[in-house]
Design a protein around this ligand. Sequence first.
Ligand code: ADP
Length: 403
Amino acid sequence: MSHLVLVVNCGSSSIKFGLFDNDAQHPILTAQAEQLNEATPSLTIHQEINGEKTDTVHNLPASSSHRDALQVFIDQTSDHLQHLAGVGHRVVHGGEAFHQSVLLTDAHLDTLAELNDLAPLHNPLNLLGIRLCHEFFPDAPQVAVFDTAFHHSLPESAYLYGVPYNWYEQFHVRRYGFHGTSYRFVAQEAARRLNKPLDQVNFLIAHLGNGCSATAIRHGESVDTSMGLTPLDGMIMGTRSGSIDPGLHQHMQHISHLSLDDISAQLNRASGLKGLSDLSNDMRTLLEAEAAQHEGAQRAVQVYCFRAARELAALNASLSSRDALIFTGGIGEHSGVIRRRILAAWRNEKFRLDDELNARHGDPDTGRISQTGSPLVLVIPTNEESMIAKDTFSLIQSQASHA
Ligand code: ADP
């Protein structure tokens, strides 16, 4: 019986895998190929063997490609993969073409290829993952789940930029928003915990990981979000600048030797926490360095928290009432210190955190970290892979029932 779904997230030098059973909640195994096309690539498989969590590391030959890594993954997990019902892919940009997850056809692949220009760092690799899986599993249905899809409900006032309208009409220049799969998961989970129907809840969600963004959710739908045409916009992130003055590129081109491509690369890879601290993009490292009086770390964390509060306060303008402010993502889920500092930087809202619940990253049932009487603040761990698996199962099942 085919009853497993493989979730694939293909990045520039990595592939993340998750193998899910019917409940789509917890993976049977996960794996991560790293440093692909580089000097020391590897594939690590995490699974429980006889009740014990086990990591198996396979060192791959230098310059191994995405294809090579997929082949090794298949060889190592062939016992499971003979039960494969389908493959679900994370696709970063769905443009205006994709409002929800789709069971992929050849026509979809052509449309996806046309979106490569909108997300040149991500989409070509997502497409590569789809093509490789099609080749390795020719009989398995494939599903694409888009980071942008949840934001298709943005009103025009939120998605248009103040630029010539024909830039939108001709070149599709608009706010798209990202991390949508995470927001969809967290919003559903929060509504469930609050025991309210999704279409009756208003949330502000901060997804703080390596990439950081926030979204205002009204009646269960995204109505404003901090990322824009690309995932560079909005909050300060690990290596990405977040919003900057649109005049910055020209200024830097004039006064430095940098080309437009150089500037863009630096804004994506050498900015954010890493650029400000001149130390690291990793929040754990920065908090340790800050405690040891590292000036760069102090500066980076301070600016990060201020800017996060500023984005959240701006998004809050779209909500006439709010059921909860929710933190998720690696930093949002694990750093009580950063949560506290962001809320303290939002000066006209009187949040009062419960120290003990904040230190425990939320009440075990509800995720609450705020005191009774304070505006409600929750911590809810995201699970994008589970959401992708769920969509994949449900699209495969609906295809089977229509066949
Ligand atoms: P990605 O966006 O790549 O999925 P994550 O959501 O895992 O990344 O978030 C990674 C970030 O979370 C890193 O900056 C990491 O330092 C931070 N992080 C993880 N655990 C902690 C912690 N205990 N305290 C502070 N930051 C943490």
